[in-house]
Design a protein around this ligand. Structure first.
Ligand code: ZN
Length: 340
């Protein structure tokens, strides 16, 4: 009951990468970098186990960026042809590489690192991959006739990658689709279809992480424009409830998402965000338990997985550690209350 997990990323230690940055550069090179990433992964696996997290991740410490690190392993992309692009409906501008021919996957991208992570723990392990729609909103297109066409091409590559990760022992494959609550019409028109293609044939648990983004300034300003109640999920959850995805995440800690939107997901498990990813304060175990209990008004306890709201790359290491400990303690507290 109340199996805990995290959305994906955890901060990279300051000896490995520039801290508190989304794309902080590596401080090591070559073999030393690889060793450093593995050490950072070992440490986070141990921290998560000690915090009582049930479904672990590698903290994405092998990655520079959650989308671009995957794309660096993909052919058909000119990494030197940079295009300035308005990301997430022009929320912020980013200089991104450009797709210049049909995309391909010459070799597995995350498999070696995943096998190493798998060797570190017997607990359930989640691997995260960028979702097809979010990839298309993070790279420029100079080849495909349309965004849906390009998304489907990426979905096929992601599916091949996911099947190999599953064979290597992934218990959960999660696709990160923060673009899903920005382009709600597209989600219904082709986003779910490409996501279904990405999970085709997978027998492990299939998850999607949708969110309002990291707690960075650009996102915080955007959130201020969304009003008192954030109802974007109303537009996409009904279709997601019919998808081949097993688990859907939503942000419930310090957010404006009305928890009643969970009613749309009657056939799914919910990763309930119980800790926010802003660094200003750490939730107490009591607050985490209260969020879980609030979610139980809308969802059977069996379908609730307490989780972080989003990735924690940009926040200080110690704050993230305290937050996952609060998550583990809060879930334990909620469990104990169920039994009494
Ligand atoms: Zn997120």
């Amino acid at each position: 009951m109340f199996e805990t997990t995290i959305a994906g990323s955890l901060p990279r230690p300051d000896w490995l990468a520039e801290p508190e940055r989304l794309k902080g550069g590596w401080k090591l090179e070559g073999e030393a970098l690889k060793e450093g990433q593995r050490r950072a992964c070992r440490e986070w696996i141990q921290h998560q186990e000690e915090a009582g997290i049930d479904i672990l991740t590698d903290g994405e410490v092998y990655r520079r960026h959650f989308v671009h690190s995957f794309l660096e392993g993909i052919s058909g992309i000119d990494q030197n042809k940079k295009t300035v692009m308005g990301i997430r409906d022009n929320r912020y501008n980013l200089e991104v590489p450009t797709v210049t021919s049909a995309v391909g996957r010459p070799a597995p991208v995350f498999l070696d690192d995943f096998k190493y992570t798998r060797s570190l723990t017997d607990k359930a392990l989640k691997i995260t991959l960028p979702g097809p729609m979010t990839i298309c909103d993070t790279i420029a297109n100079d080849h495909y006739g349309s965004r849906p066409e390009m998304a489907m091409a990426f979905a096929e590559l992601l599916n091949a990658e996911a099947l190999e990760l599953e064979a290597a022992g992934a218990d959960v494959v999660q696709f990160d689709e923060p673009a899903f609550n920005v382009f709600m019409d597209d989600v219904n028109e082709w986003g779910i279809e490409t996501l279904n293609r990405a999970v085709e044939g997978l027998k492990c648990t299939k998850a999607v992480h949708i969110c309002y983004g990291y707690g960075i300034d650009e996102n915080n300003r955007w959130k201020e424009t969304l009003g008192e109640e954030w109802r974007q999920y109303d537009e996409i959850f009904p279709a997601l409830n019919k998808s081949h995805i097993d688990q859907v995440s939503l942000e419930c800690a310090s957010s404006h998402v009305p928890l009643s939107v969970m009613r749309h997901l009657s056939d799914k498990q919910l990763m309930v965000g119980c800790v926010a990813v802003t660094p200003d304060r750490v939730e107490s175990a009591e607050e985490v338990a209260a969020t879980i209990q609030e979610a139980m008004k809308y969802v059977d306890a069996e379908r609730i997985l307490p989780c972080t709201n989003c990735g924690m790359t940009p926040i200080p290491y110690g704050v993230a550690l305290a937050k996952i400990r609060a998550l583990g303690e809060g879930a334990a507290l909620a469990r104990s209350r169920l039994q009494t």
